[in-house]
Design a protein around this ligand. Structure first.
Ligand code: FES
Ligand code: FES
Length: 184
């Protein structure tokens, strides 16, 4: 094989720079690399899940320039220069949960947890668009995110509870009597 043939067989690489969870990263990627694999494999942020690869399940949802997107539908090169937030940046550095995470815990809104990072980010988008969503508005807002465990009811309750916490209409901490009941 000649040098020219070898070069033609190799995909051209691109250097991209993204800010992910507040940190700038410059990496070299193939033009076909999906953003979800860039986040998981190049940056090691495995909280972003792959459930289908065909834009059905929403497990790969992240915030791209503040908008919830399915990261399996975007090439890494298309995100060059973007700001990304993944589930790893939702809790505070001291471990304090984001209100949506807190509500998921309180309302038992997860079982296996595979869908949960994508659900939380989709609900974050939903609540920012609509701070006081109804049951049906939550269901509409998460229709692109599939959960095979919970039956969705507790996820909807968690979203409504999280919205109330973010509005300041509900306590952030789990009520003490509920905690007591769980320990007895
Ligand atoms: S992995 Fe992206 S939608 Fe399922
Ligand atoms: S908690 Fe298992 S897929 Fe949703």
């Amino acid at each position: 094989m000649t040098t020219t043939e070898t070069a033609a067989a190799e995909p051209a690489l691109h250097t991209i720079t993204l800010t992910v969870n507040g940190t700038r990263h410059t990496r070299t990627v193939e033009p076909r690399e999906l953003l979800v694999y860039f986040v998981r494999e190049q940056l090691g942020l495995t909280g972003t899940h792959v459930g289908c690869d065909t834009s059905q399940c929403g497990a790969c949802t992240i915030l791209l320039d503040g908008i919830a997107v399915k990261s399996c539908t975007i090439l890494a090169v298309q995100a060059d220069g973007a700001e990304i937030k993944t589930i790893e940046a939702y809790a505070e550095p001291d471990g304090t949960l984001h209100p949506i995470q807190q509500a998921f815990w309180e309302e038992h809104a997860l079982q296996c947890g595979y869908c949960t990072p994508g659900m939380i980010i989709a609900i974050d988008q939903l609540i920012r668009d609509n701070p006081n969503p109804s049951d049906s508005e939550v269901r509409h807002g998460i229709e692109g995110n599939l959960c095979r465990c919970t039956g969705y009811q507790n996820i909807v309750k968690a979203a409504i509870s999280a919205a109330a916490k973010i509005r300041g209409d509900a306590p952030f901490e789990k009520p003490e009597d509920e905690l007591m009941a769980e320990t007895h």
